[in-house]
Write a protein of this length. Structure first.
Length: 281
């Protein structure tokens, strides 16, 4: 079987690439800069850009299954090209945000556009919809932990089942390699919902440092987040934190059901990424 991976060096994609490289199938990785890409032995690296569908012809040649990183602006054209090239199944990296009812949710609009484009193409599909990535704490809290051993955030009691990116990749890889996943919509979460205060405690244990949590008001949280994301995304984040402080985020069994093993805990994620919170010597 011939498989094309887009976003092959990304947060999730690099784990998908690693899993498929050991599968015995022919794996092709799409990247804008082949010379800079680091991939496992045996993976064919080809140049191409999802934002420029006219660059994808060579990458799609003889491909049967495809892992699609979400780029809504060109998704319809890319999906149509995939079908024309003979791709039979597309596994889409989507988001659990599509399950919400808020039509103004930036993430939901972004990922729904890609899902709809793939559905409209007529190719068989699987949607992998991760909830909040554990890796978000690296950019949200890493700088203040490294500099001050402190996390400042609103809604300390907001509880989410943060998911390890390797588990999202494991579900995607299973859908690419196996049968019976056509039409599936997999909501992927971690194994337990932890409050932000509890997440900080886990990080403190993993790093061996005393890390304190300082509660911010919603207004203070808006100001803190505004430097890292556009206003609509800031409001989306604040809204789901507020909701999760009342009703914890969902916990699903998708990782176990699809891969046959237990999902990684947030403590496991913290141990895997402890260097990201270390102060440079």
């Amino acid at each position: 079987m011939n498989i094309l991976l887009t976003g092959a060096t990304g947060q999730v994609g690099r784990h998908v690439t690693r899993s498929l490289a050991a599968s015995g199938h022919r794996v092709r990785a799409l990247t804008r800069s082949p010379g800079a890409a680091t991939t496992p032995a045996g993976v064919e690296v080809v140049q191409g850009d999802l934002e420029r569908p006219d660059t994808l012809s060579a990458a799609l040649e003889d491909i049967e299954r495809m892992y699609l990183f979400p780029v809504p602006e060109t998704a319809h054209e890319v999906a149509a090209l995939a079908r024309k090239a003979g791709v039979r199944h597309i596994v889409v990296l989507s988001s659990s945000s599509v399950l919400g009812e808020d039509e103004n949710n930036h993430s939901a609009r972004h990922h729904r556009a890609v899902e709809r484009a793939v559905e409209d193409s007529g190719v068989e599909w699987t949607f992998v919809r991760p909830d909040e990535f554990a890796g978000n704490v690296l950019w949200k809290w890493g700088p203040s932990i490294r500099a001050e051993n402190v996390v400042r955030a609103p809604y300390g009691r907001a509880a989410r089942a943060l998911v390890h990116e390797a588990d999202v990749a494991a579900v995607a890889a299973a859908a690419l390699l196996g049968d019976g996943h056509a039409g599936a919509r997999y909501e992927v979460t971690g194994p337990e919902a932890l409050t932000q205060i509890e997440q900080v405690r886990v990080l403190a244990e993993a790093t061996g440092r005393e890390i304190r949590f300082e509660e911010l008001s919603r207004e203070e949280g808006r100001a803190a987040l505004s430097g890292a994301m556009p206003p609509p995304v800031v409001e989306m984040v604040l809204d789901y934190l507020a909701e999760s402080a009342v009703v914890p985020g969902p916990v699903t069994t998708v990782v176990r059901d699809v891969t046959g093993r237990e999902p990684r805990t947030f403590a496991q994620w913290a141990a895997d990424h402890v260097d990201g919170f270390s102060t440079p010597s």
